[in-house]
Design a protein around this ligand. Sequence first.
Ligand SMILES: NC(=O)c1ccc[n+]([C@@H]2O[C@H](COP(=O)([O-])OP(=O)(O)OC[C@H]3O[C@@H](n4cnc5c(N)ncnc54)[C@H](O)[C@@H]3O)[C@@H](O)[C@H]2O)c1
Length: 248
Amino acid sequence: MVAPQVSFGFTPGDVIVVTGAGSGIGRAIALRAAEVGLAVGAWDINEPAVRQVADEIVAAGGRAVACPADVTDDNQIAAALDATAALGAVRYLVNNAGPASASNLEFDQALAMSIGSMRRVTDHWLRRPRPEGCALVNIASVAGTRIGSAPDWYPAAKAAVMGWTRHLATYRVAEVRANAVAPGLTDTPRMAGFADSPLGQRIVGRIPVGRLGTPDDMAWTTLFLLSPLASYINGEMIVVDGGWTIAQ
Ligand SMILES: NC(=O)c1ccc[n+]([C@@H]2O[C@H](COP(=O)([O-])OP(=O)(O)OC[C@H]3O[C@@H](n4cnc5c(N)ncnc54)[C@H](O)[C@@H]3O)[C@@H](O)[C@H]2O)c1
């Protein structure tokens, strides 16, 4: 096991599922989770990408299984949970996978793919035997809080993430402690080149911290919220945006 520089109080070997672990924010959460001693079920629709992440964790001395899966599909979710069970019972879940806002999607279908898939994965997980002290984090966006953005479905889906998180935190807290992270603009492959574009430059100029977020910025906040250190935080959303939205 990698000697963790920080542990956040996690029990080494506890199992986390990260959806969309093949790229960007999900990839960073998977890698940092392994560094704090968690065993990682790395899920993604992109099989080569998620195999590479799991291989990287194992090469560094951690435990991981790559689970190629589309989180909108019940059979694939069930198969990914079966594969993850090789690591042990799942204590933590990060619902991170979702379509990029640039995707050309019809409204109803897009909501099913983004917020609907989070609910689907969570319900599959919570129906199975699991340890005490389960926690999850759903990845929302400042597009669901303060920033109006195109296309129509994206801010609707991201606002829905927070509403549903509050539902879980109120009505299903006996099963899982639930919180959300709302990233601001984050330097991931889907944002490639954006910071250097004229629009990107204008936006970065309005971010008090003066830069885009990094995937690790989102990963550390997510892991803190999952951790025992945050055991009294339930139904909250942490905005991680360098102060962008409060400066609007
Ligand atoms: N990058 C940003 O600026 C930003 C800002 C706010 C919120 N977010 C949110 O953060 C999350 C991750 O975004 P990112 O920028 O890291 O994206 P990314 O494109 O780098 O990675 C997303 C990953 O999710 C996977 N994925 C997509 N649909 C899937 C599905 N149906 N089943 C399984 N895997 C699937 C993709 O293959 C990819 O590996 C998303 O929910 C996004 O809305 C991103």
